[in-house]
Design a protein around this ligand. Structure first.
Ligand code: 13P
Ligand code: SF4
Length: 333
């Protein structure tokens, strides 16, 4: 259960978090989809792979993970001796929810000649059932190392899997999961923005469905989108990923205009991740104060899940994180 941040009135949360960080010897890691006030106090902000690497390398005693549960679990699996806290244990992910371990196990058993290449957005149990984990920034480097005749199951994100299958012209059996945030982006609203800002490039995350990728000038992970947005000569960039990343874009290139793609009919908050939004400064303070909620898993599960994660870190090499910057969309997408 997540501790409730009660009676915090009058506390200087930023000062208290800074004090607890020192006394706990804690490092605060945050994903780009976190609220801007959390990004601003974090020691490191990054994409899923950057954050995994930081978690594996830190010498802090406590990792305060401001992201979603599968990310904090990954930190714990890679640094099992450390205390890993997540401000709100209910911060899940629709992709993880779409892939129950028992069903994934049955799917694997029905396809024994396939290896399982699995997106990091899944439970530790599903990781333990997989051969190699990928993130959006490492998937291409890893897939290119797998022999063409090797059959592959890709889960749980069917859009990332479909994007990779088209890009690498190889068949993969796709698990039918989706990210509810990227799925919600509206093609109609994106086309309106394109008409309003002619020439503004569209940078899209590969979790987007093909009808959004079709309009993208660049497809990549959050780190790659950030780098593209900052480095592009364009003054206005249309961003087809969770809009909290725009905070980093505005900090790095304050003279430019970054516009998030609306979801639904353009009038909802459905382009924002409701799971990431559960983390707040108050809950981060309470988590550092009480050292809970903590990520806990059995050693057996962590040992099994570490194998495909370590394969990813080994196979991703140095090309990850920023390596897929500026790549044009696949023709025919
Ligand atoms: P990356 O930051 O690795 O691109 O992943 C995006 C995402 O949806 C995380 O949940
Ligand atoms: Fe999951 Fe999508 Fe939220 Fe990322 S943005 S945590 S994939 S629901």
């Amino acid at each position: 259960m997540t501790a409730q941040p009660t009676n915090l009135k009058g506390l200087d949360l930023l000062a208290e978090i800074a004090r607890l960080k020192t006394t706990r010897n804690a490092v605060i890691l945050a994903h780009y989809y976190q609220k801007s006030e959390i990004q601003d106090l974090a020691d490191f902000v990054g994409d899923s792979l950057d954050l995994s690497r930081k978690a594996a390398a830190t010498d802090a005693d406590v990792i305060a993970f401001c992201g979603v549960r599968f990310m904090a679990e990954t930190a714990k699996i890679l640094s099992p001796e450390k205390i890993v806290i997540l401000p709100d244990m209910d911060a899940g992910c629709s992709l993880e929810d779409s892939c129950p371990p028992d069903q994934f196990k049955a799917f694997r058993e029905a396809n024994p000649d396939h290896i399982a290449l699995t997106y990091i957005n899944c439970s530790a149990e599903v990781k333990a059932l997989s051969d190699i984990i990928v993130t959006s920034s490492s998937a291409e480097a890893i897939l290119s190392q797998i022999p063409k005749d090797q059959k592959i199951i890709f889960g749980p994100d069917r859009h990332l899997g479909g994007y990779l299958a088209r890009r690498f012209e190889r068949e993969m059996l796709l698990w039918p999961g989706i990210c509810i945030v990227h799925q919600a982006f509206s093609e109609t609203e994106l086309l309106k923005l394109k008409a309003q800002y002619p020439g503004a490039p569209v940078a899209a995350h590969p979790e987007c469905p093909p009808h959004i990728i079709d309009h993208a000038d660049m497809v990549g992970s959050t780190s790659a989108i950030l780098k593209f947005a900052v480095d592009s000569p364009a003054q206005t960039i249309l961003v087809a990923t969770e809009p909290h990343i725009i905070h980093q874009m505005e900090k790095a290139a304050p003279h430019k205009t970054f516009i998030g793609t609306p979801g639904g009919d353009g009038n909802c908050n459905c382009n924002m991740c409701p799971y990431m939004a559960l983390n707040t400064l108050e809950k981060l303070y309470v988590a550092l104060r009480d050292l809970k909620p903590q990520i806990e898993m059995s050693t057996t599960l962590m040992d099994a899940a570490r194998v495909p994660l370590q394969r990813m870190l080994d196979m991703a090499g140095h090309t990850v994180g920023q390596g897929d910057v500026g790549r044009p969309k696949i023709s025919g997408d």
